[in-house]
Design a binder for this molecule. Sequence first.
Ligand SMILES: [Zn+2]
Ligand SMILES: [Zn+2]
Ligand SMILES: [Zn+2]
Ligand SMILES: [Zn+2]
Length: 152
Amino acid sequence: MSIQEESAQPDGAAAMAGASAPPLSPSDYGLASPPLDLCAACGHCHQLEENHEYLYRDEVDDDLVCHICLQALIRPLDTPCGHTYCQECLTSFLLESDFCPVCRAPLMLQSCRKPSLLVHKLLDKLTVACPFSDHCAVTLARGELEDHIKSR
Ligand SMILES: [Zn+2]
Ligand SMILES: [Zn+2]
Ligand SMILES: [Zn+2]
Ligand SMILES: [Zn+2]
């Protein structure tokens, strides 16, 4: 009797292990639950290497729009050919290409520079809504959002 039970158990365990055998591939895990923290700067969940997300209240001037992501520039970079893109957008674009996405001039990341303070000031002035709109209806300048989120 006891011998039968003992011999049955390893079989049962093996069957159970077999049932749960097909493991999720790493990519399945990645899709299922990306462990994202709330970004302290923009209040949205995104990867560290992704752009901040903002809820713009007004139409953004075309001169301040990145022509890769079509959003207002974030951490802008000027190219030698005179175009401006988000640093994250341009970095990932240039992983696969070596030209400017707008004018197709040859382009390397090392030759790009931060634009003038004026561009940063204009971007900081863009009006955005607080991302925590459930309990906060504030709109404020993009440059003030990080402090606003911190003081929440
Ligand atoms: Zn962010
Ligand atoms: Zn961009
Ligand atoms: Zn260009
Ligand atoms: Zn708020």
